[in-house]
Ligand binder design. Sequence first.
Ligand code: GDP
Length: 250
Amino acid sequence: MVGGLFMNMRQNLNFWRNNIYINDNVLQMAHEFDVQKVVSCLSTCIFPDKTTYPIDETMIHNGPPHESNFGYSYAKRMIDVHNRAYFEQHGRRYTAVIPTNVFGPHDNFNIEDGHVLPGLIHKTYKAQREETALQVWGSGRPRRQFIYSLDLARLFLWVLREYNEVEPIILSVGEEDEVSIKEAAEAVVEALGFKGEVVYDTNKADGQFKKTASNAKLCKYLPDFNFTPFRTAIKETCDWFVANYDNARK
Ligand code: GDP
């Protein structure tokens, strides 16, 4: 069960319980049915809030997560505990990937519950239609590493086929590709050709200021992997949303 910052703040209990049940159910059934490989999905927002940067795979359990999404974070951390225990007790090579903020076609574009990029794409599209201002939530200063869903899908297949560690692996663009929410909003505005006013609503939460992750482990395994440039991926996602507006999840 996933959602953006604002859905997490409203539903920490649901995120905790549902994800704990999903973890235990999926992994135990996989074990009982002799499934050879399971790749679970964590997220960089589960890392300790107070930390040094960049964050790497060894730091998951080093301290409390950000208070906005503690339900989700602790539940997701338990997948790593599960994986280690299945390996120790049954020799299972179940593992987990840790992507940064994912975006792309077929995302959840719901404004209240979704993540920042699909939310901004939907809001910009509406502001354009209704000739109103675009409301970006928070100060625009927090920083995020975004990964295009098509790049992540390629990496997922590689993990499934070739990555044999039980320890998780961060799937992220480099630290130098981290952008502010303001820069992300500007990329959406440009891709959709929005000409109206852009307003930052500082009454809304900023969430975690940053969670800069290291992709050094990934680069060691796949030094030649090419990430789609951020602006190209944003343009493709905006074009998809406009072309599929009627049927998009929103
Ligand atoms: P996070 O990366 O886990 O914090 O989750 P999000 O993908 O929801 O990103 C939240 C960040 O984007 C915060 O700094 C918000 O203030 C900012 N933000 C700006 N506009 C929006 C919006 O329309 N939706 C969401 N979810 N976040 C927004």
